[in-house]
Write a protein of this length. Structure first.
Length: 373
């Protein structure tokens, strides 16, 4: 099973062979007092990265961090322009003198070469990391040029997939690549207790194509195949939320991000089919959102899922859309009470393993460990 050090996830599995003295040194490094954190969130609306903001503020209140500040650079560039936003964030970093800087998914259409170097000069000794929750490729779904500029200048990249994902970041010049799982937050999710069922199955996810090539995203064709199989079998009992589908697919529109749990709980079983199925350990955050909604969930199998979800009840992995259809049919033969028990087990597992409350402190502790190495 994939093991976690106390300080957080590593792209290398912990084999348990480290000496006791090494373990004690790493533990003490993770708990150095007085660390100041600066966060650069990717936000369309200021403050909408609720999970990390809440977690980081809590870490200050609990004494694990001494100070926390944030600046939504993507949003400020859109509002104020590149030059003004860069000047403001540099001044704020110089004033705070953070020990740790986390940059989350940088997507602005500008070249920013040298920006991170300027931050490092303004706050000498700071450890700077880039975190991205999406999968990419060299030829298909490509990183924006601004993200590449940032990746080349940070100390570490935290990514939600390994294999070709890790190799891509290394090819782009990343000094170190660390794995960290996709998560959900407990501000918007995990609280709905409604029990009224309106359908058998629900799926969240659009049918996405790479426009310049006019071909589906990796995994999108299988998602469409699964949707068609389930709608043929269950008719109105199979609800799909998302756009981009051909006319023969009946969809129920697009639901706001924060309302996914409410719609999930109207179904007896939830299902997904993730993109980039050859990227080890990757899955969309829709998976933990579905699981924390409290119903059994069926999805496609990726390399590494058997380790990440080894002890998670209520999650089922399929190799093909036809196998997913078979698993769903078997699940729907169970009583509502049986499904609810499985779903509750999944919900509790996510609370313990895949929420921002758990994952983001691990990232911060890992950064502290790497900074102290």
């Amino acid at each position: 099973m994939l093991k976690w050090t106390r300080c957080g996830p590593s792209s290398r599995l912990n084999t348990g062979t480290e000496s006791e003295s090494t373990t004690l040194k790493k533990k003490s490094a993770c708990m150095l007092p007085g660390m100041k954190l600066f966060y650069v969130p990717n936000e369309a609306i200021e403050g909408d990265q609720l999970g990390p903001h809440t977690v980081f503020k809590r870490m200050v209140a609990q004494g694990e961090l001494s100070d926390y500040q944030a600046y939504p650079l993507n949003l400020r560039i859109e509002q104020l322009g590149l030059e003004t936003a860069q000047a403001q964030i540099l001044a704020q970093i110089q004033q705070q003198q953070p020990d740790l800087i986390v940059i989350s998914k940088f997507t602005v259409p500008h070249q920013v070469k040298g920006m991170v170097k300027a931050w490092r000069q303004a706050a000498p000794g700071s450890f700077i990391a880039y975190h991205d929750g999406d999968p990419y490729g060299l030829l298909l779904v490509r990183l924006p040029g601004s993200a590449k500029d940032v990746i080349r200048e940070v100390d570490a990249v935290f990514t939600v997939g390994l294999g070709q994902q890790r190799e891509l970041f290394q090819f782009l010049g990343a000094r170190r690549v660390e794995y960290t799982p996709s998560w959900t937050d407990t501000i918007r999710f995990g609280h709905d207790t409604s029990t009224t069922k309106e359908c058998d199955v629900v799926l969240f996810g659009r049918y996405s194509q790479i426009r310049r090539l006019k071909i589906p995203f990796p995994g999108a064709a299988q998602r469409l195949q699964l949707v068609r199989l389930l709608q043929k079998e269950y008719g109105e009992g199979m609800r799909v939320y998302g756009g981009g589908y051909p006319e023969d697919v009946k969809t129920f529109g697009v639901v706001p991000y924060a309302e996914q749990e409410r719609e999930n709980r109207k179904a007896r079983v939830t299902v997904s089919w993730n993109h980039f199925p050859k990227t080890p350990y990757y899955y969309s955050d829709r998976l933990p959102i579905a699981l924390i909604s409290g119903m059994p969930h069926v999805t496609n199998a990726f390399p590494g899922h058997a380790q990440v979800f080894a002890d998670c009840p209520g999650v089922y992995f399929a190799q093909t859309p036809a196998e997913a259809q078979r698993i769903i049919k078997e699940l729907l033969q169970k009583s509502d009470a049986e499904l609810a028990a499985e779903g509750e087990g999944a919900r509790q597992w996510v609370f313990k393993n895949l929420t921002a409350d758990v994952v983001m402190p691990r990232v911060i502790r890992r950064m502290i460990q790497l900074r102290s190495a």
